[in-house]
Design a protein around this ligand. Sequence first.
Ligand SMILES: [Zn+2]
Length: 265
Amino acid sequence: MDRLPLFDTHAHLDTEEFAADRDSLIREIGESMLGFINPGCDVESSRAALKLAHTYPFVFAAVGLHPEDIGHCRREDLQVIEAWARDERVVAIGEIGLDYYNDEESPHEDQRFYLVEQLKMARRLDLPVIIHDREAHADMMDILLSEGKGVRGVLHCFSGDWAMAETMLEAGWYFGFGGTSTFKNDHGVREILKKMPQDRILFETDSPYMAPVPFRGRRNNPLLTARVAEKAAEVRGIPVETMMAIATKNSKILFPKLKIDEKMV
Ligand SMILES: [Zn+2]
């Protein structure tokens, strides 16, 4: 079977949900599509992401400290992340950001500290960032437009409104669309997907979370990026393979260290 011109910019294949079939699933992904980026969330998962990226030519790593994991991170971890970020297989700093929903173990002030430090790191290394923003839109925009000024990146699983999208488009940001764009009740994100300039759209799954319809509630995996692309093609009224190639080309532009098959896009 020919591979689809499809790329998943966000999948956590290092997680325990994939313990039983990780290698066979990743091989199937490599035969069916162009690959995926595996972001880390702390030192351990960043190490695991790096290992996957050195095992499979179509798997790329991002390294970073996630806001939900800040509770068990130490300042020295920032130096470990920065050293790993120089690896040729690391295409971004991520997953980093703010989460004011799952914040029992992660005081907001600490989350902001680690976010700002990792934005500075991205600027020093000239790497894009992968941003997680849950119920923290106002602080996120403040930080990205001040301390993050000039840093490039994607707002993964974008959940803001159109006013936020416009502001962040103006500042050069990309937008990650995944399972939520297929959910019956989530009209808002589809409206944004419809209006979004075509050169800022990225596809993602956030596997193992956020499985698209009709797999909602089950384990997600990068092969289901195809469902996201189908929904986007439907919403925007263009052929699905065209939609896939557009989003993959955008991924290559935002993440210059990605080495994916030129002929496909
Ligand atoms: Zn994630």
